[in-house]
Structure formats: C-alpha cells, structure tokens
Design a protein around this ligand. Structure first.
Ligand SMILES: Nc1ncnc2c1ncn2[C@@H]1O[C@H](COP(=O)(O)OP(=O)(O)OP(=O)(O)O)[C@@H](O)[C@H]1O
Ligand SMILES: [Mg+2]
Length: 251
C-alpha cells in the first residue's frame, strides 16, 4: 500500500532521514518506533505529501505525492485520515463542529441532517456522543485524542496515520485508544501507520514494527520477531523503553 524507497531529507544541513526503506502492507497496523527527534513525524509528513524528499520517493498505491500538482495533492490527501501528535483541534469549535469540519470544508456537504448522522456515528465509535456540545478546553487529553480520531475517520479514509496517539495519556486511557485503533481496523478496511513511543502499546496493536534510528529503518519485523531481535540498538531501545515505563514516564 505504501512503499518508501531510499528516502533522504535534511533541514538546514541537519540530515534527518538518510535512506529510509519501508513497505507498509495493506489492511494492517504498522507501528514506527524510535527515539525522540529521530524523524518519525518527518517520515509521516512525507507519506501524506506535506514534505518533499531530497532524494528517494514515497509511493502510495503507486502514486508519488511529490509528482502531484496542488489540486492532485488535495485529491490524494483524501485517502488519508491523520491524527496529529497534538490532537490539533480547532479551539473555537465544539466537538461536533470539529468532527463535522472535513465534511463541510473538504466535501462541501450542506445537508445538516446528513452531517449530523455521520458525525454522531463517528462520535459514538469513539465513545463521545455525550460530549458533542463541549468545547476542546473542556476535554481531557484522552478525550481530545478521541475527537481527533473521530475527525480523522469522518471521510472514511483508506489510510489512517496516527502520530503518537497515546503519548502523555495514563495507562488506562492508552489501552482504550489502542482498542479503538484495533477496532477501526476491524470495522473499516483501512491501512494504519502509527508512530509510538509507548512500547507496551506498540506490542498490543502492531502487526508489524519498524524502528527508525539514525535516519534509517534498522529493524522491521512482526512483534514476536521484533521482541527477539538480536540487533544491539533494538535490544537497547526495548530495555530503555521498558525502564521508562516502570518509572511511570508515559513517553
Ligand atoms: N520543518 C522543519 N524544519 C527544520 N527542522 C525540522 C523540521 N521538521 C523537523 N525538523 C527536525 O527534524 C528532526 C526530527 O523531527 P521529528 O519531529 O520528525 O522527530 P520525531 O521522531 O517525531 O520526535 P518525537 O518523538 O519527539 O515526536 C528534529 O531534529 C527536528 O528539529
Ligand atoms: Mg514526532
């Protein structure tokens, strides 16, 4: 579904990605892990065509977003639902209107009864039907993420990109969000790419785990094989991630 081929990207002389290769299979959950600042969000931004590679390419269903003009790129982005690292809600809009936003703005739907039906369906999916009238500053961190997820789902995308869906959440809320990600996968025929810092969550949801380190994918394997990886950087990362978890740092 998504193929990343020899991707390079630097900012002002700082080399962030240096030869990333990754194949994301259709209909599965692929989790990308790696230390803070290693370029995970930058990689995600290339997939959706928000950044252009210096070298190499991204292919989504055979389409390279870097080849598209603005109109084509807008069309291309309709394939995606994206949950940003900070839920990125519009503060001045209610939960309902946040979720309705893509329907009104991107699809130009005017029929309010239809909008209400679709929005309520998605809010129910994330368990927030009762909070439809609330404003973002009245929500907890976990609720905001769930609103972000409902909004990402509202156009029924083929691909869902999640940038750190559980970071900063307590363990119980993390499990709730994980269950949602897995259930999305069961309800809808989507392909998911999840960026995560949380190793427990990663093992709960992943069909495939890819680790980004020093600008490259250093390991990409199914969870059991990943857990048993012999690569020193992977062993070290897993040990550190578990240590943080035990100290109660939900990074
Ligand atoms: N638009 C940009 N301009 C300049 N530098 C950038 C830009 N975007 C990202 N970077 C740099 O690229 C590096 C990787 O950033 P990125 O946000 O991808 O990290 P990350 O792996 O997502 O980290 P975290 O886990 O903390 O979210 C950082 O050093 C960051 O400062
Ligand atoms: Mg990031």
């Amino acid at each position: 579904m998504i193929e990343i081929v020899n991707l390079y990207k630097s900012f002002n002389g700082q080399q962030v990605l240096c030869g990333v290769n990754l194949v994301v299979p259709k209909g599965k959950i692929t989790v990308i892990i790696g230390p803070s600042g290693c370029g995970k969000s930058v990689l995600l931004r290339h997939i959706i065509g928000l950044l252009k590679p210096d070298r190499g390419k991204v292919l989504v269903d055979g389409i390279n977003p870097a080849d598209l003009n603005r109109a084509q790129l807008n069309e291309f982005r309709r394939k995606f639902g994206m949950l940003f690292q900070s839920a990125a809600l519009f503060d001045s809009l209610s939960v309902f209107d946040n979720v309705a936003f893509p329907l009104r703005e991107n699809k130009g739907i005017k029929d309010e009864a239809r909008i209400k039906k679709i929005v309520n369906e998605k809010l129910e999916l994330v368990g927030l039907l009762d909070a439809a009238h609330k404003m973002p500053d009245e929500l907890s961190g976990g609720m905001k993420k769930r609103v972000g997820l409902a909004r990402a789902l509202v156009l029924e995308p083929q691909i869902l990109l999640y940038d750190e869906p559980v970071t900063g959440l307590d363990p119980i809320m993390s499990v709730t969000i994980d269950k949602l990600i897995i259930s999305m996968q069961k309800i809808l025929p989507v392909t998911s790419v999840v960026i995560s810092h949380d190793i427990e969550s990663t093992f709960r949801i992943a069909d495939l785990i890819a680790m980004l380190y020093e600008g490259k994918i250093v390991e990409c394997a199914q969870p059991e094989d990943f857990r048993n990886s012999k690569k020193p950087v992977v062993i070290e990362f897993l040990k550190m991630a578990r240590g943080n978890r035990e100290k109660g740092e939900y990074l």
